[in-house]
Design a protein around this ligand. Sequence first.
Ligand code: GDD
Ligand code: MN
Length: 376
Amino acid sequence: MGKVSIVIPTYNEKENVEVLLEKLKDILEKENIDYEIIIVDDNSPDGTAEAARRRARELGIEDKVKVIVRKNERGLSSAVLRGFEKAEGDVIVVMDADLQHPPEVVPKLVRKIVEENCDIVVATRYSKEGGIKEWSPIRKIISKGASILSWILLPKSRGLSDPMSGFFAIKKNVIEEPLKKGIFNPKGFKILLEIIAKSNYKKLCEVPYIFQKRYSGTSKLNQKVILEYVIHLLELARYTGELKRMFKFAFVGLLGIFVNEGFLYLSYEILGLRELSQLGLLLSSAIGFEASVIFNFLIHDKYTFRDLIDTFTLNAKLKRFVHYHNASILGLAIQVTVLFALVSMGIHYLIANLIGIIMGMSVRYSYSILKAWSQS
Ligand code: GDD
Ligand code: MN
């Protein structure tokens, strides 16, 4: 096995980084792994960089520890990218400095790359043996919600049970090209999603771990980071063409309205359901709805989500249809509920209806991509 570069972004992690260096040294030496540690510090006021250099000297590993200090830049992702540029190893590991990512997991990530020929190995909290120590329920919900959002907006991330992970190993050659081309977005917290979206890799693997309690200091994640995350995802969705997919979906939905109206008219007027008065109207509207669902489904299956299908049997298609049907009913229910709720709050019914349609459509889309066209 070649050299492993461990990239660690730091901001005010003085005490943590001292402990982490010692642990990494012990573990990697014991495992006979040739390594270098690249600390990318944004000129932390607490003197993290100095402390890291001193500790490396004390441990006798100053030749293995590079400390980069950035004076005019801030940000987790851009710090990691800087580390990538400096990395000399064939395998790169990215981890936090605060010991929430247990150093004992590092050899597992690296070994998996070598033994199973994975291109990317992500440490996950959301698998049987994974978990989280000491996180508030709110933080857990935010993390889960953020994961679901990434599965919707970035289908490539569906191979990850923990797309929010900041702890992973990659083969250097996976990122070399996009790095050279400068296509990685240096903003934000989620460098892993950048890599998933923009680099070419074949095998994606996972290793479970338990997210530990912060050893010392405080988290840098705040509300601004969450908002930036959503913007970041939308940018990635544009980059990968997912935004286009959403527009296609909405457009097909629009066409479906005409089908709906047409079949309603047909059954009410021409088939004569009008004679049954209210029941006839109800039946006709159900026929209109079903016709539009079938129509939408056929187009979505052939165009909108075609690239996400890997089984083309009739059986699989029927399954997708049942899911899409559920998605449509759920979407309609949401649309109507939002309409009534907003009107009761005094909002004009046309505006309320528009918001209802948009929300119903979003739910329909999310359910479709997460359930009906969820292969790959
Ligand atoms: N250089 C640099 N610049 N480093 C930073 C910056 C920055 O602006 N902001 C944060 N870091 C470093 C921290 O010093 C720490 O080593 C690491 O990035 C993670 O930051 P935390 O503040 O500890 O984040 P967290 O624990 O809330 O979130 C982490 O875990 C989540 C779950 O895996 C991050 O890794 C998230 O990306 C991840 O989703
Ligand atoms: Mn942390």
